[in-house]
Design a protein around this ligand. Structure first.
Ligand code: ATP
Length: 297
């Protein structure tokens, strides 16, 4: 039984099952280390991150031989700042997020982190610099502790607890029948959407990566959960470069930069104040359309 809970073994088994199942890339984002190994270039270097600035230059992309989804996307997400991606469904926001950990490679153009083309660095060093929080957090069978530890397999119990505290998860974890050792996943306890999200944020916090990719939830949580999740996210975003697929108006308004996507292109970019003032801009239109709602999607 002890062996079954050993995180390294669990990860090894997970890797095998991922390879067998070819799980949807979106699902496995949160555990970037365990993505089936893809070969690096023989001359790949280690990514070194200083400012953690992410820059896309004329990125073009299609899934397989399908239609072009990204049609020359360029923008810069400044180090330590929050860049919000907004735009209609299908505009290509999630696709952009999936190119950064190199789940896919652009057909042309470049993605740079602190000036280093991510195509030229080892995937391990790239993914060590990234954390991801998804809309639908994925929990594996195993304990709550194991699920947070997926963020960084060598994290100590103390580090896991610290991350859980920062993610406003510690209290509800202690309230579970076996605390941190409570099993979750298919055969474990049922957690609410907000609790799952806070575990996912704890997982990202324990990674302590300088770049956070965030797919903000669209589904409504109850007010209490919403507040806890938002506070947890504030911790996770603080001091990091954040690229967020943003749905909440407050995230968008507070972002350092908003990149408005439309049909695979950057339609406009700027702060909320700048974009909202453009009378004919796409952002101003989207913003007016959703004024009555708190959601922006
Ligand atoms: P949403 O807000 O609805 O998630 P989005 O702006 O994030 O939209 P993407 O999910 O990036 O947009 O999708 C852009 C286009 O790429 C869509 O036409 C979508 O159908 C297509 N697409 C997304 N993922 C895949 C995939 N794995 N294989 C083929 N096509 C895909």
């Amino acid at each position: 039984l002890l062996m079954a809970y050993d995180p390294a073994r669990r990860l090894a088994r997970l890797q095998v099952s991922l390879e067998r199942a070819a799980v949807n890339a979106r699902m496995i984002y949160e555990i970037l280390d365990t993505v089936p190994h893809q070969r690096d270039r023989p001359d790949a270097t280690e990514l070194t991150i200083h400012e953690a600035t992410v820059e896309l230059r004329e990125v073009r992309f299609a899934y397989g031989s399908g239609d072009e989804i990204l049609k020359g996307v360029s923008f810069r997400a400044e180090g330590g700042k929050t860049t919000a991606l907004v735009g209609p469904s299908g505009a290509g926001k999630s696709t952009i997020i999936s190119l950064i950990p190199r789940f896919y490679d652009p057909k042309s153009g470049q993605i740079l982190i602190d000036g280093q083309d991510i195509a030229t660095v080892t995937k391990q060093s790239l993914r060590n610099g990234l954390a991801y929080v998804s809309q639908q957090p994925y929990l594996f069978e195993g304990s709550i502790r194991d699920n947070i530890r997926y963020g960084r397999p060598d994290a100590t119990d103390a580090e896991i607890e610290e991350a859980a505290r920062l993610a406003y998860a510690h209290e509800f974890i202690l309230a579970q029948p076996q605390g941190y050792d409570t099993p979750v996943g298919e055969h474990g306890v049922t957690l609410s959407g907000g609790q799952r999200q806070r575990l996912s944020i704890a997982r990202a916090l324990v990674r302590n990566a300088p770049i956070l990719l965030l797919d903000e939830a669209t589904s409504a949580l109850d007010t209490e959960s919403e507040t806890a999740v938002q506070k947890a996210l504030d911790h996770a975003m603080s001091g990091r470069t954040v690229i967020v697929i943003a749905h909440r108006l407050s995230t968008i308004v507070n972002a350092d930069k908003i990149v408005v996507m439309s049909d695979g292109r950057v339609a406009e970019e700027g702060t909320h104040g700048e974009l909202a003032r453009r009378p004919d801009g796409l952002y101003a239109r989207l913003h007016n359309d959703c004024d009555a709602k708190s959601d922006f999607s």
